[in-house]
Design a protein around this ligand. Structure first.
Ligand code: PSU
Ligand code: MN
Length: 307
């Protein structure tokens, strides 16, 4: 399918035309979510894990106003190196402005799932989803990721939401938007660094096939919402909530103290948590993304069998 302003790489185009599995990946995690050069290295490894599990990776970003689905190695390097300078953070609201003004943008979960849908890709894999921020009753800070899930038919595979967010409010909001939340092998909502939280997802599903079938039925019914699949971080890499939550609280306080708001809030808190844990949070973040990539690729493989 051809969409104006979107360049789909040849590999991805071919895979889609042949009904072979494709997994979309975001670039905000590269440009703003992790430091260089670990970001670029992680992104390359994620792509190779997706390939090993039978799917074609399609990392999405905007360079010089061109929306690219399937960034090549050079382009990923460019995103990873320039995240703090020229490459902005692109959510739904930013896409047209960046394209028209020939800017660089790293796409968030919201923008990536929207562009994936435009390109005909069903499954999108990331680390953590944005959500309702703590104190949202005062700041109104609710990630556009949640509304996007409510209106775009992409499946997002992630490790749940970070405890920098208000998890119960995030779940309430998803319910309001009509988004099904699925726990991969778990009934509790994974909390990113920790494999469990005190809150429940809607459904526990233990196989990729079950998840693919559910998504397929939703599409057959023409229900115009996304679906959220939460994969717990493997136990051996998790940081227990007793340990990580006080760190997160400190990072959120520091953000408030420094007057950080809006789109700068998430990257600030992520970087601060990394400093405070002396890099342990980054190591856990990388491991969970690898695991998500494996699960997402397997779901994409199962989905192709249903079409
Ligand atoms: N959470 C993470 N790592 C990330 C992000 C969220 O653990 O890199 C990024 C994702 O791209 C997500 C975005 O879509 O931050 C959400 O930002 P905001 O809260 O400003 O909507
Ligand atoms: Mn926000």
């Amino acid at each position: 399918m051809e969409v104006k302003h979107i360049k789909v790489s040849e590999q991805v185009q071919q895979a889609l035309a042949d009904n072979r599995p494709v997994v979309a990946l975001e670039s905000t995690i590269i440009a703003h979510g992790m430091p260089y050069p670990q970001n670029v290295e992680t992104s390359k490894n994620v792509e190779s894990i997706i390939r090993k599990n039978g799917a074609v990776p399609a990392t999405i970003g905007i360079i010089g106003g061109e929306i690219i689905v399937g960034l090549n190695e050079e382009e990923i390097e460019y995103m990873g190196k320039n995240g703090r300078t020229t490459v902005g953070k692109a959510s739904r609201r930013d896409i047209a402005a960046m394209v028209a003004n020939k800017l660089d943008g790293a796409t968030t979960c919201a923008a990536t799932s929207l562009i994936a849908d435009m390109a005909g890709i069903d499954v999108f894999c990331t680390g953590g989803l944005g959500g309702v921020h703590r104190g949202a009753e005062h700041t109104f800070d609710i990630s556009a990721d949640l509304d996007e899930l409510g209106m775009t038919r992409t499946m997002i595979v992630c490790a749940g939401a970070k405890a920098i967010l208000d998890l119960p409010k995030t779940l309430e909001y998803l319910e309001t938007k009509g988004v099904t939340t699925i726990g991969y092998g778990t009934r509790t909502l994974p909390a990113f660094f920790s494999s469990e939280s005190a809150y429940h997802v809607d459904y526990r599903m233990d196989t990729e096939k079950q998840i693919a079938e559910t998504f397929h039925v939703q599409k057959e019914l023409g229900i115009q919402t996304g679906m959220l699949v939460c994969v717990p971080i493997p136990k051996e890499y998790e940081i227990k909530s007793e340990e990580i939550n006080p760190v997160i609280e400190k990072a959120v306080e520091d953000a408030e103290h420094d007057g950080v708001t809006g789109k700068d809030s998430t990257p600030y808190v992520l970087a601060r948590v990394k400093e405070l844990t002396e890099g342990r949070s980054l190591a856990a973040n990388i491991k969970l993304v690898y695991h998500n990539a494996e699960v997402a690729a397997k779901i994409a493989v199962e989905l192709c069998k249903l079409r």
